[in-house]
Design a protein around this ligand. Sequence first.
Ligand code: APR
Length: 312
Amino acid sequence: MRKKITVVGAGNVGANCALRIAGKELADVVLVDIVEGVPQGKGLDILQSGPVEGYDVMVTGSNDYEPTANSDIVIITAGFPRKPGMSRDDLLMANYEIVKNATEQAVKYSPNAYLILVTNPLDAMCWVAQQVSKFARNRVIGMAGVLDTARYRTFIAMELDVSVESITALVLGGHGDTMVPIVRLTTVGGIPITELLPKERIDALVDRTRNGGAEIVKYLKTGSAYYAPSAAAVEMAESIIKDKKKVLPCAAMLEGEYGHQGIFVGVPVKIGAGGIEKVYEVSLQPEEKAQLDKSAAAVQELIDVLKQKTGQ
Ligand code: APR
């Protein structure tokens, strides 16, 4: 039997997730959105690309969650995107309500699903989804590190004029300005990047990575990135569906790893048929650990605001 993936939010990120899932024939897709007609229309449009592209999955749209029943994966993209000048954190309260509602509805119909969160501020929204669903940590996964790493790899490849596929990198921490690209573990075909570029060039690439989302918001003016974010979310979904066991940087709830408890931050995890099958604890240099702690503190601050405002 075919797998089933629900994508909540049929906007830019959600629709592109649906298109990519269909293109890879990973699963049947149900798009859900509050705007009447949009998920139905986009679903039908994506379905009608099938004869041309050569895929056979079913894609439908809905304004309620009944058709999402028994999904294997639910990708939550519903929410407001950033506008120029906004930080991801500025979206906190507005997107809290949306993610809370989406999680409640989704898990009611799909109690065994894996949740992949995309809505920002990402790490705090993962926490909301976990609190609402009460799912174990292997079933709530945030999409951030795959995207941040993809941006970092892209910039390095452009700088060195090499294939992006030759670059292996790890970005830890929250999906915000405090993210921590681990330069020491960045390699180009196995060669440490520190042997190929001077420190000031590497620092510039790290800086551009940290501001990678804002760079695109500035260009688009009316919203935030969606091609790379949807590609990243679908890579995670594919690793679950195909049990690929890819090791990817994702937002995961820490249970003592890296000295943190009960918060979501980006760390390397193994993703397979069991969702997060392993959280890797990499030994960090004191400076790297300090940066990760700072990033985790920024996530904790948002969670504290949510706790205070919602009385949780
Ligand atoms: N339930 C379902 N869908 C909702 C809800 C809700 N409660 N509230 C809003 N939506 C829908 C909107 O109607 C819209 O179609 O979510 C969609 C969001 O789409 P866009 O505005 O195009 O935003 P997008 O670029 O897709 O970003 C969505 O992902 O990357 C993050 O920061 C980004 O938080 C943002 C999210």
